[in-house]
Ligand binder design. Structure first.
Ligand code: ZN
Length: 542
């Protein structure tokens, strides 16, 4: 039985009863800062903390609730004000499922997982959409006779899902596949043709292009003049009015499978990549939503084109554009040609998933992140410091104790509100660990317990709390296993007493009761061992 599983409670019910009287007195009398007071006085309500709605509560809160995000389009930090008070809508470009995820995919998805968690905590309910691009040139190119494109796409989608959930990335509210929104894509292309911003190629190819010269706003996301931009290399330029025109719809080619073809008024084919996201964001979040996210590499042409399509079709589209930085490996750009692509699968086989999450979260989301063994080692050491401190406090208590009424420190709040300053937030967390250790050394358990609470809550907001059952490592006994072990050992002791007293029927009753519960006993020279034999559980516990 580990101290961890026995003494920590993640459950926040009845917290007030378990917080010591001196702590409650201090919470009531001292100005601990709005973060602590807020969390203490207003635990989760209706599944959201509704901070935005509470900003008029009093002068003490004025200005405090401001979350600022760097908006790539505005090229500036902007105060985040959601379209609807108390709720947030986010669309993030998901993977093209042509091959398995690499570390860059994990970093990008994690950046928006951190943003989502923080906005959920600070603002309220977050509707988070991340699509799956399951039809695309590259998906078709990687298909084989044995594995058609749709089977490949689904297999890869599952690989992504596994890797995302391994590092604690929350599942999206909706995860639409492009192939399930074809009618919405066709409708959007039709609107663009009607409005004079798109045209079917005159060469009979079935292609439809966006007419960039018809839309004055083209280039407004990346601040480029049209003539300085790269031409769109997505289709045969002979059908285009301008080489920058990009494909909204790609007419079926002779060598493409019939399963990758959908009917459309201008000819059968399949959607272009950019129109997929414009149509899916509109379908799931409406014509205007709060945040559009993705990797820096998607700004051009993908996001520039998404914006042009949606705006030219009359949609207000994204109100904030947020982009995460890319990943380098040992200081080098990651690329297939350099042969240094780090696959998620390989990293997760070598490193504890919590260490991977911590290492990928530790750099600011907009900076480029260098992946190296050193970065993972540092993450491991940082997590060990947190874990060791938590275990020290638990040992000092020697039993269950309440901690979840504590909130993050004000410094943590400030750092996270300032464009998701995770590096500063982590520094604040470790400063709290240090202060907590100092308090423990001085025998001040009350202060140490408060630090324990704050550290655990701050780590939880970043999804890196070692106490979270998600991070239970192979070999760690969970609380259920520990409780079961304690009960079975008690029964084994009762059976041994009965046998010593030659009360065979009492001893058999114990054995039968355990057998009925699917637990078999084995008497050996070094004592009695037990195993779970019920068919649904194959793993031995003891
Ligand atoms: Zn997209």
């Amino acid at each position: 039985m580990t101290a961890r599983s026995a003494t920590f409670r993640l459950d926040s019910r009845d917290v007030r009863e378990r917080v010591s009287a001196p702590v409650l007195r201090r919470l009531a009398s001292e100005p601990l800062g709005p973060s602590v007071r807020d969390v203490t006085d207003r635990p989760v309500r209706d599944g959201s903390r509704g901070k935005t709605a509470e900003r008029e509560d009093g002068p003490g809160y004025a200005g405090w609730v401001t979350v600022r995000l760097y908006d790539t389009k505005a090229q500036a930090l902007r105060e985040f004000v959601p379209l609807e008070a108390g709720s947030v809508t986010i669309y993030v470009c998901g993977p093209t499922v042509q091959s398995g995820p690499h570390i860059g995919h994990l970093r990008g998805a994690l950046a928006f997982d951190l943003l989502r968690r923080w906005l959920e905590y600070r603002v309220g309910r977050v509707t988070f959409v991340r699509n799956v691009t399951d039809i695309d040139d590259k998906v078709l190119a990687n298909a084989t006779e044995e594995e058609p494109w749709w089977a490949l796409a689904y297999r890869m989608e599952r690989e992504f899902t596994r890797a995302y959930s391994a590092i604690g990335i929350l599942p999206p509210t909706y995860e639409p596949r492009a192939t399930a929104s074809i009618p919405q894509m066709v409708a959007l292309v039709e609107r663009l043709i009607e409005r004079g911003h798109a045209y079917a190629a005159p060469d009979g190819s079935g292609d439809v292009y966006f007419d960039v010269r018809s839309w004055g706003g083209y280039g407004s996301l990346t601040h480029q003049a049209l003539d300085a931009m790269e031409a769109a290399a997505d289709a045969d330029p002979r059908g285009k009015r301008d080489p920058h025109d990009f494909a909204l719809w790609k007419g079926t080619k002779a060598d493409e499978p019939a399963s990758a073809t959908w009917d459309a008024p201008w000819g059968a084919g399949r959607p272009g990549w950019h129109i997929e996201c414009s149509a899916m964001s509109r379908r799931y979040l409406g014509p205007e939503f709060d945040i559009h996210g993705g990797g820096l590499d998607l700004r051009f042409p993908h996001h520039e084109n998404e914006l042009a399509q949606s705006a030219a079709a009359g949609d207000a589209f994204a109100r904030y554009w947020v982009h995460n930085g890319l990943v380098t490996v040992d200081g080098q750009k990651m690329s297939k040609s350099l042969g240094n692509v780090v696959l998620a699968h390989d990293v997760l086989a070598r490193r504890d998933p919590l260490v991977v999450r911590y290492a990928l979260a530790a750099a600011h989301y907009r900076s480029s992140l260098d992946v190296s063994d050193q970065a993972f080692d540092e993450a491991e050491a940082a997590l060990d410091r947190i874990r060791t401190f938590q275990a020290r406090v638990a040992r000092a208590h020697g039993g269950a104790f309440g901690w979840s009424s504590y909130g993050p420190t004000e410094g943590f709040h400030t750092a996270m509100d300032d464009d998701l300053g995770v590096p500063q937030a982590l520094a604040e967390l470790h400063e709290t660990v240090r202060a907590g250790n100092t308090a423990l050394d001085a025998g001040d358990l009350e202060t140490a317990t408060a630090a324990f609470g704050r550290v655990s809550v701050m780590a939880g907001l970043l999804g890196v709390n070692p106490l979270d059952p998600l991070w239970r490592r192979a070999g760690d006994a969970g609380p259920e296993a520990s409780a079961l072990d304690a009960l079975v050992r008690t029964m084994i002791a009762q059976r041994a007493e009965a046998r010593a007293a030659k009360d065979w029927s009492a001893a058999d009753r114990v054995r039968d009761a355990l057998a009925a519960a699917g637990i078999a006993l084995e008497d050996t020279a070094d004592g009695t061992h037990w195993t779970v034999t019920a068919p649904e559980r194959e793993d031995a516990i003891s």
